[in-house]
Design a binder for this molecule. Sequence first.
Ligand code: FE
Ligand code: FE
Ligand code: ZN
Length: 282
Amino acid sequence: MLTIGCHLSCSKGYANMAREAASLGGTTFQFFTRNPRGGKAKALDPHDLEAFAALAADAGIERILAHAPYTLNPASSKEQTREFALMTLADDLARMEEATPGQLYNMHPGSHVGQGVEVGIEQIAEALNAVLKPDMTTTLLLETMAGKGSEIGGTFEELAAIIERVNHDEHVGVCLDTCHIWDGGYDIVEDLDGVLEEFDRIIGLDRLRAIHLNDSLNVRASHKDRHARIGEGHIGFEALSAITNHPKLAHLPFYLETPQDELSGYAEEIAALRAAYAPVLS
Ligand code: FE
Ligand code: FE
Ligand code: ZN
């Protein structure tokens, strides 16, 4: 069975997200841990979490992916910004342990804002070393980025360099965003096997824990990061379906972050990808 879902709003709580995911044909979902621009997270509600557990079990939802606010920047040149990132990461991870242990937490590595890639990588690793605890059950994922502006994580080498510097790297994985790596220059349309071999050689495929499945409005290596609906961009339905069906990827959870007017748009994409799912697993 294809584990697929989409990004949902967390504003009405966990139980509501499980209900929404199931109504769209999803067996997983992604959500922001708090307002995506930062700010305080809502207090956890034990009744909501109890209802969520029951609804998730009914809907076959075993895996969920929390996403850190995208404004966090542990590689900022400003100490105050780095400290805010640290506080937010620590708070999010503590909430994950309390509310949904054993799940996935995804973050954008950060932008070096002119300090240089080397400094940025050191600062991101430093932040991770401050927040990762040896006994945690959550896996923190670094997202592959499009390399827009001074973003770190636009190449597999940069993500590997961060992970290499993390002490408790057993709690670190990678979330591959198809729009981002396409915009970053990786040819997942003509040479998916080659890209996966490169990922395996540089990061290790065992680190790959989730996929953001998005089409791209732009041509390869544009470094733009503008998502398109599945089949309406330069990657195309066939190439994206080849990703869900790839024997090395088919077991992973997939998340749609495609632009939609209505949630029903996600339901259509989920149904189309499910209909095309028939991986040949050895
Ligand atoms: Fe993201
Ligand atoms: Fe993404
Ligand atoms: Zn993006």
